[in-house]
Write a protein that binds this ligand. Structure first.
Ligand code: PMP
Length: 459
């Protein structure tokens, strides 16, 4: 009997080859690349074009980095200007005109009371580097070692930052309840829930047998991003400021994701009017290139020369791109615009919830928006009254978004919060297109039979 040869596999399209080689050669720890199998080759504003010719509306925006979207002309212009000037690209932490302009612009955007008496430290270029620098600073300044951080927090992936994050496995940080309306740990929500959370913190610090000695600092996000888009109530923020101030505990505001207009104020601490002791800044301040700094009250500046060093602290292109971004956001009132447009998108998404029982909650501040996906048919777990989160359905919603040309992130405690972080330059028409595509994706995901995880298997 003649043996027929199997037909040769059709040649892979170029982008398929790239994706295949990526999955063979890159770490198992790769993240976004798993759920977003796209090979971007061109991008402008909200839009990314893949090597396969498909176009996507990008509401991930480099995990909230791209305040002006991809390749904004003012950013490209600023980068080209440095390149054409013959200025050195690598300068360690030496003074340059580019850096001088960046610091001047950055300080002009910061709350006056804070900026008037602040120092800036350029650290390694990632948000997590700045978090480490902040911890080291407050430890040096106070001579204490402990830290206070919150449930659901995200501060980065290096050792200290990870220990302060909600996913930490070794516990060297005292964990405090972050107020949340939906799934409030006290079953109360609202102002009363936030008051209870604040009281817990105060009590822990004042009880001599609480097991928590006075710490070196407290770190918080004004809106938890990766933790599922949980805006801290302004009253609670003010309470945390009082609680820390009266006990001489430096308060560190991690504005890596909330900064540069994202939440409807240039810096999210402005909503509550608090003045922190340390601000941790990265992402948007580099105008899409890597840059991170801490800015802090001068009184904390007790560091010895070289106490916190590093080779890559002088990225001139990032500083120029950052200066252009900060100035553009300031001059064009993009923070206010984010507040108005974000409010409208939140209202539109909330009205969607009526038709989509899998939408458990819609929340956010400015253009930092989250839609929590639940299993409406399952009974609430434990003491909660809300339906349980549905990570499988949330992943299906993300994939349905992608097939409709919309890129969204998943975050939150159970990876069930669809996150929207569009650029602040989003137009009204683009905002409508984003909400429409998400609505279609929700309907399609609800129709598709998705595998339910057995109760208790959520991680
Ligand atoms: N802090 C916050 C609030 C963040 O959202 C992130 C990143 N998502 C980080 C710190 C860490 O930043 P990076 O990934 O640049 O290290």
């Amino acid at each position: 009997m003649a043996v027929t040869e199997p037909a040769p596999a059709p040649p892979l399209a170029a982008h398929e080859g790239i994706l295949r080689r990526q999955s063979l050669r890159e770490s198992a720890a790769r993240t976004y690349a798993r759920s977003l199998p796209i090979v971007p080759v061109r991008a402008r504003g909200l839009t990314i074009e893949g090597a396969d010719g498909r176009r996507y509306l990008d509401c991930l925006s480099g995990a909230g980095t791209l305040a002006l979207g991809h390749n904004h002309p003012v950013v490209l212009e600023a980068i080209k200007k440095v390149l054409d000037s013959g200025a050195p690209l690598h300068v360690l932490d030496l003074a340059t005109p580019v850096k001088d302009a960046f610091v001047t612009e950055l300080f002009s955007t910061l709350p006056r009371q804070f900026a008037d008496d602040a120092r800036v430290q350029f650290c390694g270029p990632a948000g997590t580097d700045a978090v480490e620098a902040a911890f080291k600073l407050v430890r040096a300044a106070t001579g204490r070692s402990g830290l206070l951080a919150f449930t659901g927090a995200y501060h980065g992936m290096t050792e200290g930052a990870l220990a302060a994050s909600g996913g930490a496995e070794d516990v060297r940080v005292t964990r405090l309840p972050f107020p949340q309306d939906y799934r409030c740990p006290f079953g109360i929500g609202g102002e009363a829930g936030a008051r209870t959370a604040a009281r817990w913190t105060e009590n822990l610090l004042d009880d001599p047998k609480s097991g928590t000695p006075t710490p070196a600092g407290m770190i918080l996000e004004p809106v938890q991003g990766e933790g599922g888009v949980n805006p801290a109530p302004d009253g609670w923020m003010r309470r945390m400021r009082e609680v820390t101030e009266t006990r001489s505990i430096p308060l560190i505001a991690d504005e890596v994701q909330t900064g540069v207009g994202r939440t409807g104020a240039f810096w999210a601490v402005e909503h509550s009017g608090i003045v922190p002791d340390v601000m941790v800044l990265s992402k948007a301040i580099g105008g899409s290139l890597p840059l991170a700094v801490i800015v802090y009250r001068s009184e904390l500046d007790t560091w010895q020369p070289g106490a916190h060093a590093g080779t890559f602290r002088g990225n001139q292109l990032a500083m120029a791109a950052g200066t252009a971004t900060l100035a553009y956001v300031r001059e064009n009132g993009l923070a206010e615009r984010a507040g108005v447009l974000g409010g409208r998108m939140l209202a539109n998404l909330r009205s969607l919830a009526a038709d989509h029982p899998c939408v458990g909650d819609v929340r956010g501040r400015g253009l930092m928006i989250g839609v929590e996906i639940v299993d409406p048919e399952a009974r609430p777990q434990g003491t909660g009254t809300e339906p349980p989160p549905d990570p499988v359905l949330a992943a299906a919603v993300q994939q349905e978004c992608l097939s409709r040309g919309l890129i969204v992130e998943l975050g939150g405690r159970y990876s069930t919060v669809v996150r929207l972080l569009p650029p602040l330059t989003l137009t009204d028409e683009q905002a409508t297109a984003v909400v429409d595509r998400l609505a279609d994706a929700l309907a399609a995901a609800e129709r598709s039979p998705h595998r339910r995880l057995p109760t208790g298997s959520l991680r």
